[in-house]
Design a binder for this molecule. Structure first.
Ligand SMILES: NC(=O)C1=CN([C@@H]2O[C@H](COP(=O)(O)OP(=O)(O)OC[C@H]3O[C@@H](n4cnc5c(N)ncnc54)[C@H](OP(=O)(O)O)[C@@H]3O)[C@@H](O)[C@H]2O)C=CC1
Ligand SMILES: O=C(O)C1=N[C@H](C(=O)O)C[C@H](O)C1
Length: 264
């Protein structure tokens, strides 16, 4: 039995994660961390009838009193960073889906996980299809050195570019020499027209109601293009990855950034 605390249970992802824990025989929802309803029970909150879990607004107190095995964090960049650090300091293994962490912040959490000899997973995308898209993009980048990333999300998303787009660019940059793409003399007549850039790879972020989470990685070569696309139409698409991460983190002694590292 793995005892789990979920931070952000009322959110779009948090609700799916609560349902995942409820339907998984070897998972137990030990408590939740919210920014409201301190001292109440999740069962009292709209949409959680019958889900018995104490609510804490103070993450440190939650970890000290509940002593869970794993924290699943699905909140905001600021809260996620604080929760992951507090979890490690209390001997709790964080599984972080929250995006918007900087490389320095990931590095600091990696050092802390190693110091505590505790497993931790930060996964910018838990959907198996998205992880494959990233792996395929890394493979293709050996053959096509010109690439642009277009990520498309719902308009309630806080961070841009998405964690998935950044991770994809990072994986491509590992195998592709940095290069300036497009015409050497190109000029933006409207600022931002060519998108943001990670190691010379343009990233374009679309935000629209109606979307969930989508990404295209588009490669161009002599007389041809290759487009690798993934679509999450429903947040259930992320849950098999969350389950795998929770099970795997129990056997790790360091921080793993990206589900591609634990997916066979
Ligand atoms: N790795 C992956 O596969 C995926 C990652 N994500 C990421 O997960 C995160 C959450 O996304 P999503 O569910 O859509 O966002 P939501 O805004 O729907 O949910 C976030 C929840 O976190 C709560 N919250 C905010 N601050 C705190 C805090 N200090 N303590 C506890 N709870 C807090 C919010 O409370 P309130 O309602 O009061 O604002 C809200 O309920 C984002 O960073 C997103 O990018 C999303 C999808 C997939
Ligand atoms: O906010 C979201 O919705 C998503 N966030 C993650 C990201 O930033 O990549 C994962 C997925 O794209 C959905």
């Amino acid at each position: 039995m793995i005892r789990i605390v979920i931070a952000g249970p009322r959110g779009r992802m948090g609700r799916e994660a609560v349902a995942l824990v409820q339907r998984t025989d070897h998972f137990e929802l030990a408590a939740v961390i919210d920014r409201r309803y301190d001292g109440q029970n999740l069962a009292e909150i709209d949409g959680f009838s019958g889900v018995d879990a104490p609510i804490y607004t103070d993450a440190a107190r939650c970890f000290a009193e509940v002593k869970p095995d794993v924290l699943i964090d699905l909140t905001t960049p600021e809260a996620g960073k604080r929760h992951a650090e507090l979890a490690l300091r209390h001997g709790v293994r964080p599984v972080v889906g929250t995006t918007g962490f900087t490389p320095d912040e990931i590095e600091r959490l990696t050092e802390l996980a190693e110091e505590k000899e505790l497993g931790a997973i930060i996964a910018p995308n838990f959907a198996v299809g998205a992880v494959l898209m990233m792996k395929f993009a890394r493979m293709a980048a050996k053959y096509f050195t010109d690439v642009e990333i277009i990520e498309l999300h719902h308009d309630q998303k806080l961070d841009a570019p998405s964690g998935t787009a950044l991770k994809t660019a990072q994986l491509i940059a590992e195998v592709r020499p940095e290069k300036k793409q497009g015409h050497p003399d190109e000029k933006e007549t409207l600022a931002g027209a060519r998108g943001a850039a990670y190691a010379g790879i343009p990233i374009h972020s679309v935000r629209l109601p109606g979307l969930v989470a989508h990404q295209e990685v588009m490669f161009g070569g002599d007389g041809q293009t290759l487009t690798i696309r993934h679509d999450s139409f429903d947040r259930r698409s992320f849950m098999s990855g969350v389950k795998l991460a929770v099970e795997t983190v129990m056997h790790l002694h360091t921080l793993v950034y990206g589900l591609e590292q634990i997916l066979d």
